[in-house]
Design a protein around this ligand. Structure first.
Ligand SMILES: [Zn+2]
Length: 290
């Protein structure tokens, strides 16, 4: 009785069939008494329930196709955005390295200027040494020359250090540029895919939606509302599912054998107690597809 209550709460059970089910289990004598008349009534009810289930199932299939298109398209813009961000990051790094290199080159030029200045000074001091009046003047000029030589050594050391840094940064830029070219290639490919998908699927999607609208007209308003509510809440967009390996095809919770039997009989709309999805019998689907 608890099971019956749940189904009524979900406003999806068909009272008459439910009563028949209960009578069957509680009092088999009663069932056999009115057996003939019940069969007729049931088969009518069964047919209409089967039809309702199949209409919902077809609607579900169309919606699933629409979902697939949207998922396909939905992931690509995100991937493209990620790639664009990555490319931009690399461009920024390249510009930063390029600025560093320019700065280092300016420093190299400055060191070279210092070397030239020192060499000029040395030349001048050496000339002056030819015209000194005494040893002290000569010694003093020698000291100046030695100092300038040390200055040249320091500048050469700095120039060497900066040159090495330029080489390293240049190699880094080359490496980043290679990766960037690779990513830019993928980006172009993804952009192409997206525009192709959009072009290809826009028409398909519109056709599917039109088909769904037509099909909706065949479904009871009451079932349609329930169906759409379940679909909206279901993570995979499935509102009507089959039993797969004794479990709900939507949420994978186990379905007891008696309930599976009820589903197979499709005398009423039965929903999953765990996730609320509507069940449709596999055989009913298969017979419809034949
Ligand atoms: Zn379920």
């Amino acid at each position: 009785m608890a099971k019956k209550k749940v189904e009524e709460d979900q406003a999806l059970s068909v009272e008459k069939s439910a009563e028949v089910m209960d009578n069957k289990s509680e009092n088999s004598a009663l069932v056999s008494d009115s057996h003939a008349s019940l069969i007729e009534e049931e088969s009518l009810e069964e047919r209409s329930i089967a039809q309702k289930l199949l209409s919902l199932y077809h609607l579900q299939q169309i919606y699933s196709q629409v979902d697939k298109i949207r998922v396909l398209r939905g992931e690509l813009p995100e991937e493209i955005q990620d790639l664009e961000d990555a490319c931009e990051g690399m461009q920024t790094r390249i510009s930063k390295y390029q600025e560093d290199i320019d700065d280092l080159k300016r420093k190299i030029v400055s060191e070279e200027t210092k070397i030239k200045d020192s060499l000029a000074l040395i030349k001048r001091y050496e000339e002056q040494q030819n015209n000194v009046r005494n040893n002290r003047e000569y010694e003093s000029l020698t000291k100046e020359i030695d100092y300038q030589k040390l200055e040249i050594q320091l500048s050469e050391k700095n120039r060497g250090k900066h040159t090495l840094e330029v080489e390293t940064k240049t190699a880094d830029i080359t490496e980043i540029e290679q990766k960037l070219a690779e990513l830019a290639g993928i980006l172009e490919q993804k952009k192409g895919e997206l525009s192709t998908i959009v072009a290809e699927t826009e028409k398909e999607e519109a056709e599917l939606i039109a088909k769904a609208e037509d099909l909706k007209l065949l479904v009871d308003e009451r079932f349609l509302v329930a169906f759409e509510r379940i679909r909206k809440n279901a993570r995979n967009g499935l509102a009507i599912v089959q039993i797969e390996r004794d479990a709900c095809g939507g949420c994978f919770s186990t379905i007891p054998p008696q309930r599976q039997l009820d589903i197979r009989l499709h005398k009423k709309i039965i929903v999953c107690e765990a996730c609320g999805r509507i069940f449709i019998d596999k055989q009913l689907v298969e017979s419809d597809q034949q």
